[in-house]
Ligand binder design. Structure first.
Ligand code: X8Z
Ligand code: ZN
Length: 667
């Protein structure tokens, strides 16, 4: 799962995409009957085609009220089943999770069918909006045929579990995603061959999912057609308060704005890799996929030692500071226990564990304090008691970070992560708390509106805060020394941010370029891998070492969101929107000077504006919500370009004399 079952499973419409509480099944049945839902659920497609949808038995207002009540009642059990599936991967939890999901999706299909019988004309704005969301929001459109629905939910659970439990094994030596990632992240000490082996090793975990994914596509496409859409991608693109085709063009337009900046960064990086690795440092102008410090080449922060523009100009090594903090925690624990010599191996491991939990908790408290510093509430006690902050030692879990809203009053919210003391993970915590604070902000909206203005908004909340984590802010919380003030320091700071934010942009776009193609049939299963690498080449300018990766692989499946079925364009949009939010909040805080120097920590006015925006949830079209915060109704990358202006000029200078760009094979 993703940020939360609510915010992401159905990608908009409260995705307690998962099912019905056993204890209230009778109540739900009664509800369904009074809402006229049972009759509708019984409508086969052909009946509908022959006679048209049945006339609604309830007024639209009554129908929406019933949906809200049902969501309120079903959410806790659905989310609990999903939580179990992700935090105790085994046969039983998969069974419980997929059964819950099955019941929810069957109910959701009833809602969709019923919603289609209502015209929004003449309805009050709120009811019309709710009906519109019901008709258009689903990330996993499900077939009405009960056998196919069951098959779909079983496949979804199986793929999620396979990914979560995925390991790269050489003989009996098996490494999970955290261990594989550590090899790649250590770009200074891991050799070219070690990184390549780790990268290829991780990609083996996806091979067994290929057949499941092919079937998954068939089944959700059937569900999409029954909803009245051409395919699943068409449903995904319907969630943006604009025609699906316009949305495609919108994504292309935004990419066009930032592409030149990315190409400069790619060119600079490739050159540095060539200097380090010689001929092996690039492949026809593209970056070898295993050399960016990240399994998917989406965040290049681990290349900092190679790419740092000016060495020794103010250290920004947050990871080092966090690791030292953990060492200190451990040293204190050991000394309290009477010193290392008095401890058995088991006791030492126990203290290591306690140190892991303590540093993870401190990092999370740090993130919380940014939000409370803006005037937002403290996290509820249940967050601390129920969250999974570190990787359990005794079982497989989905380590991919997520934030959860367990019930519609948001009295239970959780984070699930396998936190390690690194800068990247610290950023991810701020990101996840962005989801959590969004849940807390819109909890008083009707359940059907308890989601992001669009899914990119949900992803952008925490990231907006990340932009405020300037060297000055990091110094204020004791993670780096007092920052240097110079042009060189500016470029260093910009590079640090660009390796996270700019490197990500084409990746954020290409994943769904691939899935849209898979769903609309232009990418057939025989070409899954070929198309994947064509898109990686076209957008990111990266390529696998060792030549063509054949169709025996399923490299898309090695990225969480593909088996997890989380639409990905949201992250691309977020990486544009977060700069717009940041600029608006900087303005609200009275910031003067270059945008990249703005840190709105502790500013109540910025906090008020942000919270007010978040409180809207999905109760109105996102354009309106954006306007209330920024004054404009369009997503626009000019704030990205304004922010990175110094770096872009610097990169252009550095790249002078280089032939930038690359020759991507045509798809
Ligand atoms: O999946 C996530 C979050 C949960 S919504 C950890 N992100 C994307 C990813 O890791 O691929 C955040 C940035 C992009
Ligand atoms: Zn997220």
């Amino acid at each position: 799962m993703h940020p939360s079952p609510r915010a992401t499973l159905s990608g908009g419409f409260p995705p307690r995409s998962w099912s019905t509480p056993v204890k209230s099944q009778r109540a739900l049945l009664a509800l369904a009957i009074t809402a006229g839902l049972v009759a509708l659920a019984g409508c086969s497609k052909s009946t509908e085609e022959a006679v048209g949808p049945a006339a609604p038995a309830k007024s639209a207002e009554e129908f929406v009220a019933e949906v809200n009540t049902t969501l309120h009642e079903m959410t806790p059990e659905i989310t609990s089943a999903a939580w179990l599936g992700a935090t105790y991967i085994n046969k039983d939890s998969q069974r419980v999770e997929s059964a819950a999901n099955e019941r929810w999706l069957a109910k959701n299909n009833e809602f969709i069918a019923a919603a289609k019988t209502y015209s929004t004309e003449g309805l009050d704005a709120s009811t019309a909006r709710a009906i519109h969301l019901l008709k258009t929001s689903s990330s996993m459109p499900a077939p009405r045929d009960p056998a196919k629905l069951k098959e779909l939910t079983e496949i979804a659970s199986r793929m999620g579990a396979t990914y979560g439990a995925g390991k790269w094994c050489v003989g009996d030596d098996c490494k999970d995603i955290g261990q594989v990632s550590e090899i790649l992240a250590d770009t200074e000490n891991s050799s070219y061959d070690q990184m390549r082996a780790a990268w290829e090793g991780w990609h083996t975990i996806a091979q067994p999912m290929r057949q499941d994914y092919v079937r998954f596509v068939e089944l959700t496409n059937e569900g999409a057609r029954e909803m009245g859409f051409a395919n699943t991608g068409d449903v995904w693109r319907a969630g943006y308060d604009m025609p699906a085709d316009e949305f495609k063009a919108e994504a292309d337009r935004l990419w066009g704005q930032v592409q030149p900046l990315y190409e400069q960064l790619q060119c600079y990086t490739r050159t540095k890799l060539e200097q380090k690795y010689g001929e092996q440092g690039s492949i026809d102008g593209m970056i070898p996929a295993h050399l960016t410090g990240n399994l998917w080449q989406q965040d290049w922060g681990n290349l900092w030692p190679l790419l740092q523009p000016y060495e020794g100009v103010g250290s920004l090594d947050v990871s080092d500071a966090l690791k030292k903090q953990r060492e200190q925690i451990l040293a204190d624990l050991v000394s309290k226990a009477g010193g290392m010599r008095n401890l058995t191996a088991a006791q030492q491991m126990e203290l290591e564990r306690q140190a892991d939990v303590e540093i993870a908790t401190r990092m999370t408290r740090l993130a919380e304090s940014f939000y409370t510093g803006l005037g937002m509430p403290a996290l509820p006690e249940t967050f601390w008691t129920d969250s999974m902050l570190v990787q359990p030692r005794d079982r497989d879990v989905v380590c991919h970070a997520s934030a959860w809203q367990m019930n519609t009053d948001a009295s239970e919210v959780r984070m699930k992560m396998c936190i390690k003391p690194t800068e990247e993970e610290l950023f991810t915590i701020y990101h996840e708390l962005g989801h959590i604070y969004y849940y807390l902000a819109y909890k008083d909206q009707a359940p059907v509106f308890q989601t992001g203005a669009h899914d990119g908004f949900h992803e952008a909340i925490g990231d907006t805060i990340e932009l405020s984590m300037t060297p000055e802010y990091l110094a204020s919380i004791g993670l780096v020394d007092k920052p240097a003030v110079s042009e060189q320091a500016v470029i260093n700071g910009q590079m640090r941010m660009a390796l996270a934010k700019v490197a990500f942009l084409p990746f954020g776009l290409m994943i769904d370029q691939w899935r849209w193609g898979v769903f609309d049939g232009s990418i057939t299963p025989e070409k899954y891998n070929q198309a994947w690498w064509e898109l990686k080449a076209k957008y990111q300018g990266v390529a696998p070492a060792g030549g063509v990766r054949g169709e025996e692989f399923f490299d898309a499946g090695a990225k969480y969101h593909v088996p997890g079925n989380t639409p990905y364009t949201r992250y691309f949009l977020s990486h544009i929107l977060q700069f717009q939010f940041y600029k608006a909040l900087c303005d609200a805080s009275g910031h003067e000077g270059p945008l990249y120097t703005c840190n709105f920590a502790e500013n109540p006015e910025a906090g008020k504006r942000f919270w007010a925006m978040m409180q809207r949830g999905a109760s109105q079209p996102w354009q309106q919500t954006l306007k209330e915060l920024t004054g404009g109704e369009q997503m626009d990358a000019s704030a990205v370009l304004e922010y990175f202006q110094p770096l872009q000029s610097w990169l252009q200078e550095q790249n002078q004399g280089q032939t930038c760009g690359w020759e991507a094979a045509k798809g």
